[in-house]
Design a protein around this ligand. Structure first.
Ligand SMILES: [Zn+2]
Length: 390
């Protein structure tokens, strides 16, 4: 038995200690022949027996003894709850389940104790990966105690993992609280269903799901992207292109993940010039470095390198550059023929210099904290003389 187990024993001991002073260890119904003192004596004996098992590092036998406590009062119930949670947090889910199942089966719990015990039991099943069991526990809580909010979030996560989108939609729709968050969630669930339907080529039903999603979350870029894919499946290319651009307009980071997949699809000259026009306008507005690689790729694909050259020099001169965009710009310039090499190098060097000035020059050898000025002591980990050139 290692140090971790010994630490667990100590934690359990401290958790159980207060119980020795409470009534939970007394028998419930006392035969007429027995006195209060005899009950207390029996409870103390049981407690000592349990502690002995713990000290002998036999936690399961100790659990048996403690769980056998004939009566559970408020204090004992709380301790059992905490004991089970302690086991679960340490990854000992089976022991957690034993404690919480025993607790839930007790007849004398208050409404609040029963709800808490069932929530804990649901968490145990969830932690054990038994999603079906967890689902039925959390559903039962909601059936018996419709006002219980704590069961909703884990239940929603379970439905997501099981991809039970209809149930997830119903659950979120019936939850009070933040309307905007709920709408976004429901739109995502409908999109998940639409993606499956689209793969199965159920185009009409895909359309229905996407319309429903758009009605709930009119700003969703994901819905427009899926509508673009649906339009492609229906061979409505120009509509697909419009929808795709609409999606990127709402969520520019989409372009980075789309350029490899979708740009080859729209390979007609007029489509590519539309796209190039669109991306250069978006870039000119936002100066967002994420758009830059797609912009260069489009310019090259549609043979418009010369038109894009001013944008590239503007990028090097004034826009926020990254190592990635500098690399792309360098590659692009290399392939220009003819190229004013001196000018290209000057612009690249100026951009590099600008990028360099934004980088912290020093770094702590102890904790990795980066800073721009030299200090004798690291402000993060407080070590002396640990600052070095990065
Ligand atoms: Zn440090």
């Amino acid at each position: 038995m290692g140090a971790a187990d010994t630490a667990l024993m100590m934690e359990i001991l401290f958790l159980l200690l207060p119980l020795a002073f409470f009534s939970g260890w007394r028998s419930g119904r006392r035969p007429a022949s027995r006195t209060r003192q005899q009950d207390d004596a029996a409870a103390s004996q049981r407690f000592v027996r349990g502690i002995n098992f713990l000290l002998n590092e036999e936690p399961d036998k100790a659990l048996d003894v403690f769980i056998e406590a004939p009566v559970i009062d408020a204090q004992t119930a709380e301790t059992f709850l905490a004991l089970g949670n302690l086991f679960r947090n340490r990854g000992e889910v089976n022991r957690a389940l034993r404690v919480h199942q025993n607790l839930v089966a007790r007849p004398g719990l208050s409404q609040q104790q029963r709800q808490q015990a069932m929530l804990a039991l649901g968490d145990d099943f969830f932690a054990a990966g038994m999603l079906d069991r967890a689902e039925s526990v959390f559903s039962e809580i909601l059936r018996n105690y419709p006002g219980n909010r704590q069961a909703r979030e884990p239940l929603r996560q379970i439905y997501e993992q099981l991809q039970e989108w209809d149930k997830a939609i119903e659950l979120v729709s019936s939850s009070g609280g933040e309307r905007h968050t709920h709408q976004r969630l429901i739109a995502h669930y409908l999109c998940e269903q639409a993606e499956v339907l689209l793969v199965q080529n159920h185009l009409f039903r895909t359309d229905e799901k996407l319309r429903a999603a758009l009605a709930i979350d009119p700003d969703s870029a994901r819905v427009r992207l899926l509508q673009a894919q649906l339009a492609l499946a229906r061979e409505q290319r120009s509509q697909a292109l419009q929808l795709l651009m609409d999606a990127v307009r709402r969520e520019q980071r989409l372009l980075g993940s789309l350029q490899d997949k979708l740009l080859p699809v729209f390979d007609q000259p007029d489509e590519q010039s539309q796209l190039l026009d669109f991306v250069s306008h978006e870039y000119a507005d936002s100066r967002d470095a994420q758009l830059f690689p797609a912009l260069l790729q489009l310019a090259r694909a549609s043979g418009c390198e010369d038109e894009i050259l001013p944008l590239i020099y503007q990028h090097l001169r004034t826009d926020p550059v990254t190592l990635q965009t500098l690399g792309h710009a360098g590659q692009f310039l290399l392939q220009q023929d003819p190229l004013d090499t001196r000018k290209a190098l000057q612009e690249l060097c100026a951009a590099l210099e600008r990028l360099n000035r934004t980088q912290p020059r020093y770094q702590c050898a102890g904790c990795g904290y980066k800073l721009s000025d030299y200090l004798w002591r690291c402000p993060a980990c407080h070590r002396w003389d640990s600052i070095q050139l990065a």
